[in-house]
Ligand binder design. Structure first.
Ligand SMILES: [Zn+2]
Length: 151
């Protein structure tokens, strides 16, 4: 080691310098730490816990459920305003909250949300033809990704 580089200004200083000749900063931190003592016993590296990666389709389902939740609540508000019936908002609010919880569960790969999504898809099968088609796709995807939910 021929010189010490100042951590503050980058100037090269003589190896025996305690303070930087250019700026006066302490050079104590510039000296590299001593190498760690040689390990006498082998220590295995700590196991790396990789977070479960969420498939894109599950993200889409979760986001769609959240969007459905928002639409339900908006629909409830509009219907309540048009019909002057407060019952609508309660019904739609409950459905909206239900969708929202399901969406949150799907995005967090919660086991229970998979079952709720399954039930919602089975109910959706009734909505022939569009609902049936969407529900079949969702059902197919739910079974394809069930392992991500610990099932
Ligand atoms: Zn310096």
């Amino acid at each position: 080691m021929s010189s010490i580089t100042c951590p503050e200004c980058g100037s090269a200083n003589t190896p025996d310098s305690v303070f930087c000749a250019a700026c006066g900063a302490s050079l104590a931190t510039a000296t590299p730490p001593p190498p760690p003592p040689a390990e006498t016993t082998y220590q295995p590296p700590p196991p790396t816990v990789s977070p479960v990666e969420r498939p894109t389709g599950v993200t889409i389902l979760g986001v769609l459920a959240v969007i459905a939740a928002i639409l339900q609540i908006i629909s409830g508000l509009i219907l309540a305003a048009l019909t002057d019936n407060g019952g609508f908002i309660v019904l739609f609010l409950i459905i909206g909250i239900f969708y929202f919880i399901t969406g949150w569960g799907l995005l967090n790969l919660k086991k229970w949300s998979w079952y709720i999504a399954l039930i919602l898809s089975l109910i959706g099968l009734i909505g022939f033809p569009i609902g049936t088609i969407i529900s079949i796709i969702v059902l197919w995807y739910l079974f394809k990704t069930k392992t991500y939910f610990g099932l």
